[in-house]
Design a protein around this ligand. Structure first.
Ligand code: SF4
Length: 217
């Protein structure tokens, strides 16, 4: 029997109600342009959601486009996004990304993952989130939560997020590719946590093979 994705998504959506959204989802809801989604995703790497959101909003109060961004100095950007993790490196990346967008793409964010991943500091995760939340282009962003839960549930059997993206795209209907990231991030933060997941409270406990789970609550 195949996987009942509609029921799974319904349960995940239910769990989302009242939950704190990932920072980049918040930016998307606040009229986030593809450029803002891209930049806030760069800021979000190895940074807590709250810090990412505040840092992004401080930066976007000063600048909303690549053309405005390059008028800021690297030190000004550092100051605006501090205390995001690796803020110095990210400030340099944000400036370089903005210059490339102006020089190569007329100030627009490209619409393919292949082009996006050529930008400094942009990997598949950032590229897919930008395509999905920025342009509504079906793209599956696999972060640590999506990778972990997809393997625990036995939807895929993979060692790396890139392989998970490939394998999950093959089984998950395309209409859910954009949404699944946010749903599983929230599920991974609240129930299917990295260490000792809360299986006794989980709506999937009867169907989940809990692959790789050694300890649970
Ligand atoms: S049963 Fe446990 S391992 Fe499986 S999805 Fe739920 S919390 Fe995660």
């Amino acid at each position: 029997m195949g996987i009942d994705w509609d029921s799974i998504i319904t349960i995940l959506r239910e769990n989302k109600k009242g939950a704190v959204l990932p920072s980049v989802s918040d930016i998307a809801l606040m009229n986030g342009t593809p450029y803002k989604i891209l930049i806030s995703t760069v800021i979000s790497l190895r940074t807590k959601d709250k810090v990412t959101l505040e840092a992004s909003l401080r930066l976007f109060q000063k600048t909303a486009t690549p053309e405005q961004m390059i008028k800021l100095s690297e030190q000004e950007i550092e100051k605006l996004i501090y205390p995001a993790g690796f803020y110095k490196r990210k400030a340099a990346q944000i400036l370089r990304i903005s210059r490339i967008l102006i020089e190569k793409y007329s100030g627009k964010v490209p619409k393919t993952a292949e082009e996006l991943i050529t930008l400094p500091g942009v990997g598949r995760k950032t590229a897919n989130l930008t395509l999905g939340l920025g342009y509504g282009i079906p793209a599956l962003c696999v972060d640590t939560h999506v990778h972990r839960i997809a393997n625990r549930m036995g939807w895929v059997e993979t060692k790396t997020p890139d392989k998970t993206e490939e394998a999950l795209c093959a089984v998950l209907p395309e209409k859910y590719w954009i949404e699944i990231n946010e749903l599983l991030v929230i599920y991974g933060q609240t129930l299917c946590t990295p260490v000792s997941p809360r299986c006794s409270l989980c709506a999937f406990q009867d169907q989940c093979p809990r692959i790789g789970v050694e300890k649970s609550r």
